[in-house]
Ligand binder design. Sequence first.
Ligand SMILES: *Cc1c(COP(=O)(O)O)cnc(C)c1O
Length: 397
Amino acid sequence: MPGFEIFGAEERKQVNDVLETGVLMRYGFEGMRNNHWKAKEFETTFAKRMNADYCQLVSSGTAALTVALASAGIGAGDEVIMPTFTFVASFESILALGAVPVLVDIDDTLTLNPEAVEVAITPKTKCVMPVHMCGSMANLRTLKSICEKHDLILLEDACQALGGTYEGKPLGSYGDLGCFSFDYVKTITCGEGGAVITNNKKYALHADHYQDHGHDHIGKDRGAETHPFLGYNFRISELNAAVGLAQLDKLDGILKTQKENYTILREVLETIEGVTFRRVPKGGEENYSFLNFFLPTEELTKKAHKALAEAGVDACFYWFTNNWHYINGWEHLRDLKSLGNLSAEVRSQMQDLNNTDFSKSDAIMGRTISSLIKIGWTEKQVRERAEAMKSAILMAL
Ligand SMILES: *Cc1c(COP(=O)(O)O)cnc(C)c1O
């Protein structure tokens, strides 16, 4: 999914605009900035591309999640339901606010299982956070009806699924709030960056203030602004936003190439008996950043993953034993290892994650392999990769 593969003259030109004036900050300095408002311009363009009324650009995807949660009023002791298969940013953002992550099983969509969500709801639940992992989405229709029934906020983490759609809507725009990451390895990159989108005017205003120390952004004298509520600093710099603007222009091209490369790989793997694919909910279209497939058993999957590596096929991930994305690798969370004391609410309400039954997630993740889809591959390289993957998998089966 990496936009970094096509970093070029367009990005350099955008960054140069900023370097020429030296105004590296997104706010103020109007006389000096030669009319360059890169962060602002990105927000307007991105909101439009995502069919959303508002976009708030911030310093990272993790910051986007934190700002989105804070903007929706989530705080100490509030429970946020999240999946066992995700990136560590999910629980980091929740814990940063003193809120409590509640981990629940995934299903064969590799995202939140709606039935598991329903079972986990308590009077303290405030938010459901599906994470559209590896390019495809959760069953958003079912999750939305659960949220409506229980008066909960639906926050989509679309950091890995930029450009995917559900019922014709861009992922991230279906829930109350959607979050994106533009870190260096995402579909498009700012170097570091993230965004929150929403159609909710109140949340948008909260996000605008919260990510900049609570500044109200009224008038042109920053020093004279008031602070309606407490905030923090999650601002993006103009340099990062400038890179993102050039990348945003390339998004549709990236998605097209991903789909072509994905399709070639998939058509070859489909001919292998025993290989099945991640379920995409009805009405959804992936962004094709990964090809995710299952083998019949955990043992065969481990063998196949090893065979792929030995055959020199790079960028095939077995998340089940990978430190980043699955609860198996999160000893620091399971044992609540923090530098200082965690809040009383977190300590008293957290699940005992070392003794919670996630066998349903294990049964899926133990059988999942994900191949990254690169955009720099030539068609010949993709076809060679497909054949190399097929023979490695057949050897293991
Ligand atoms: C990358 C990512 C994030 C966090 O983004 P950063 O910009 O690296 O902080 C959050 N969620 C998911 C699913 C991600 O892949």
